[in-house]
Design a protein around this ligand. Structure first.
Ligand code: FAD
Ligand code: NAD
Length: 471
């Protein structure tokens, strides 16, 4: 039987970072995943292919918007084959690179599915049909998540797609219904809208992207209302039926109004479920919670002392960077270092146009928790850089502790908000004061100045807006 010091099950941004960090610390590591090269959902069918397509969508939209500045481009002619080839090249570059890095670090890789036989052994059903057993001192469970289903909506990836099917981009449907107004629905809905589909979104709650503050959503919703055919809030799909030319969908609003419409295709994007089944966890002391997440402590230890869990399978938020940071903590804990996963801020970015990004405390969370905060807002209409980009629709806001003036949270909506939030995350993580942001010289003209100017708004000293602080 093969033996290893550390077995990592799952090769996503949790698993491969864990394997690499462990190898760097001198451990003998075996990484098990169904793909030949590491990458997981994020690289093969998540973050990376979706952002490649969103880059294409941005270019298409900007070429249209340029007409207002006197630049007229002909409508793009879209070669889906070449577009898909390019997207696959992007994925291949990244996963191939990770494969090489795994070899250079001497990480043993087994291509297949692992199942725990006991707290120290997994059996791997290799993709070449051979079964093998692997004995380990420690294991890290990094099996990720999969799309959640809606009862009555069977994903066939022909008419009814999940995110994986939508990313395959087999055609550009004339009409697309997106079920779920969250990250995936709005990101991939934006891609299809830019490529020419008439996109409608149905969201069961009262607003798009429920965890984000409403003032951040407003500019996005206004833009999406122009790009999408319809946004239906507080509405549910109650029935779908295959028709000759598409799918007939019945909707019901919260007030009980019913309607039906025909769509070429449906994208189901109603959240993701952790992959904690069929892993043989019943042969260990690990017991997933009611939602299927594996409970872990600050070091990412499960209730089985030899097994750690990280990433989507270990709980919300289901984000790649959270998985990677947990990976480092778990490995260092195994190595005996004094570590814990205790971030002040995990940034969240929705890569729509405008992008929405936030970290630390949100205003709605502060209200829910009864935490007193002062909110300083800087509208991008007063930003020189935003004006040169014709993107005055953004907003940067800071949540500030009234007593200490510490920055507790940052929220941004606007072009490139996903890059800008990094400064906010450093501020929250380092317990920066609003004054620190005003005293830090930001380059001009940049959108990053909006973070400094939001802090200036707190003190009533923003040069670009007249809003003196009331004493
Ligand atoms: P995963 O990346 O899910 O990897 C788990 C791996 O384990 C998979 O390869 C799986 O096949 C393998 N596995 C499962 N069971 C077994 C087993 N028994 N044996 C062996 N291997 C197994 N997050 C962001 O932060 N930014 C984004 O922009 C972003 N965009 C996304 C876009 C889409 C369309 C989707 C679907 C997700 C996106 N996410 C994004 C979320 C991100 O992909 C996940 O949070 C991240 O991949 C989680 O990493 P992980 O390592 O926990 O698991
Ligand atoms: P989500 O949780 O972001 O959004 C799902 C939405 O569907 C919610 O607004 C929910 O209210 C709604 N919904 C649920 N059931 C519904 C129903 N029956 N009818 C109508 N609406 C319904 O989930 P997602 O968009 O599937 O993405 C899954 C996860 O993947 C995200 O939560 C995130 O963790 C990750 N992700 C991240 C990024 C990023 O970081 N940019 C991008 C894509 C995915």
């Amino acid at each position: 039987m093969r033996k290893t010091q550390l077995a990592v099950v799952g090769g996503g941004p949790g698993g491969y970072v864990a394997a690499f960090r462990a190898a760097d610390l001198g451990m003998e590591v075996t990484l098990i995943d169904e793909e030949a090269d590491p990458g997981g959902v994020c690289l093969y069918r998540g973050c990376i292919p979706s952002k490649a397509l969103l880059h294409v969508a941005k270019l298409i939209n900007e070429s249209r918007e340029a007409a207002a500045w006197g630049l007229d481009f002909a409508p793009p002619s879209i070669d889906l084959q070449r577009l898909n080839d390019w997207k696959q090249q992007v994925v291949g570059k990244m996963t191939g690179g990770l494969g090489m890095l795994a070899k250079r670090r001497k990480v043993q890789q087994i291509q297949g599915r692992a199942r725990f036989l006991d707290p120290q052994t997994v059996r791997v059903q290799r993709t070449d049909g051979v079964e093998e057993e692997l004995r380990f001192s420690h294991a890290i469970l990094a099996t990720g998540s999969r799309p959640a289903a809606v009862p009555g909506m069977t994903v066939d990836n022909i008419r009814v797609l999940d995110s994986t099917g939508a990313l395959e981009l087999s055609d550009i449907p004339k009409s697309l219904l997106v079920v779920g107004g969250g990250y995936i629905g709005l990101e991939l809905g934006s891609v299809y809208a830019a490529l020419g589909s008439r996109v409608s979104v149905v969201e069961m709650t009262a607003g798009l992207i429920p965890p984000a503050d409403r003032d951040l959503i407003r500019p996005l919703q206004e833009r999406l209302e122009e790009q999408f055919e319809q946004i239906m809030l507080e509405t549910k799909v109650v029935e779908i039926e295959a028709a000759e030319t598409g799918v007939e969908v019945a909707f019901e609003t919260v007030s009980g109004e019913r309607s039906t419409r025909l769509f070429d295709k449906i994208l189901v994007a109603v959240g993701r479920r952790p992959n904690s089944e069929d892993l043989g966890l019943e042969n260990t002391a690990v017991v997933p919670d009611a939602k299927g997440f594996v409970p872990v402590d600050g070091k990412r230890r499960t209730s089985e002392s030899s097994i750690f869990a990280i990433g989507d399978v270990a709980g919300e938020p289901m984000l790649a960077h959270k998985a990677s940071h947990e990976a480092a903590v778990a490995v260092e804990a195994i190595a005996g270092h004094k570590v814990a996963f205790e971030p002040n801020a995990i940034p969240a970015v929705v890569f729509t146009d405008p992008e929405i990004a936030w970290c630390g405390l949100t205003e709605s969370e502060a209200q829910r928790q009864g935490v007193a905060v002062e909110v300083a807002r800087f509208p991008w209409a007063a930003s020189g850089r935003a004006t040169t980009l014709d993107r005055g629709d953004g907003l940067t806001k800071l949540l500030i502790d009234p007593g200490t003036e510490r920055v507790l949270g940052v929220g941004i909506v606007g072009a490139g908000a996903g890059e800008l939030i990094a400064e906010g995350t450093v501020a929250v993580e380092m317990a920066a004061l609003a004054r620190d942001l005003t005293l830090t010289i930001h380059p001009h003209p940049t959108l990053s100045e909006t973070v400094m100017e939001a802090a200036e708004m707190h003190f009533g000293t923003s040069p670009h807006l007249y809003a003196p602080r009331k004493s």
